[in-house]
Ligand binder design. Structure first.
Ligand code: AP5
Ligand code: MG
Length: 216
């Protein structure tokens, strides 16, 4: 099954993709994670801007950059179940993805739209932290480690916050989302593969809605 996760910052895409990787043998292609692994790369030579500068400001990367990353990832990935977390985010990216999957003889089976109001996102973003060793995502308001300072999954004791998880970047990220990404809801609804889930509820309820949408 090939699946796309669509939704604003902090809606729970990364959290639910962790679950699918560990329990349903999905391979995740997350543009955010791939970009964060290449923060020093210059993507706007004229303005001297690196990936770090653009992510930090909350803007989207140019389409050609993310599309070429996805092409490269897909050519190296022969998993049966692929989950796209954070791609596509523009109509141009969605059209490019349609061409890529068609050329590979595949199709996108489902697009899951994580529906949530902007007002609920602030605590999710400003409270997020992550285990450096295994990547498990936590939240100081909603999901703390069971033992203070020790990762539940791997026992790691180093945690990190994202540099774009501040109010200023979040405001820009939400503006980008509403201006450029939200139109994909309509795009995929027309092709009949969109499932809408309530992303404002508890971890467990979001998870059961997701499983219902994928396998129900
Ligand atoms: P990316 O890393 O994808 O960030 P994002 O879309 O802003 O989404 P987040 O990762 O912030 O949120 P999430 O939905 O994964 O939420 P999570 O599960 O962590 O992209 C970063 C940047 O890269 C972009 O701004 C852009 O610059 C660039 N980029 C990426 N893709 C691009 C593309 N295609 N084109 C151009 N540029 C691109 O959860 C958040 C928090 O909430 C966590 O603390 C979690 O514990 C908590 N939480 C989760 N679920 C619940 C729940 N049900 N109840 C309570 N708390 C919850
Ligand atoms: Mg994420």
């Amino acid at each position: 099954m090939w699946v796309v996760f669509l939704g604003p910052p902090g809606c729970g895409k990364g959290t639910q993709s962790e679950y699918l990787v560990h329990n349903h043998r999905f391979s995740v292609i997350s543009t955010g994670d791939l970009l964060r692994a290449n923060l020093g790369r210059v993507v706007d030579a004229a303005a001297g801007k690196t990936i770090n500068d653009i992510i930090g400001s909350g803007s989207l990367l140019p389409d050609e950059v993310t599309i070429s990353i996805i092409k490269e990832e897909l050519s190296a990935n022969d998993s049966e179940n692929i989950l796209f977390d954070g791609f596509p985010r523009t109509i141009v990216q969605a059209e490019a993805l349609s061409v890529m999957v068609h050329d590979l003889g595949k199709k996108i089976d489902k697009v899951i739209y994580f529906e949530i109001d902007d007002g609920l996102i602030v605590k999710r973003i400003t409270g997020r932290y992550k285990c450096v060793r295994c990547g498990k995502i936590y939240n100081k308001f909603f999901l703390q480690t069971r033992v203070d300072g020790v990762c539940d999954v791997c026992g790691g004791t180093d945690f990190e916050y994202r540099t774009d998880d501040n109010l200023e970047s979040l405001t820009k990220r939400l503006k980008e989302y509403h201006g450029k990404t939200q139109s994909l809801i309509d795009f995929y609804s027309k092709s009949g593969i969109l499932a809408v889930i309530d992303a404002a509820s508890s971890f467990k309820d979001v998870n059961s809605s997701l499983l219902g949408a994928l396998y129900g």
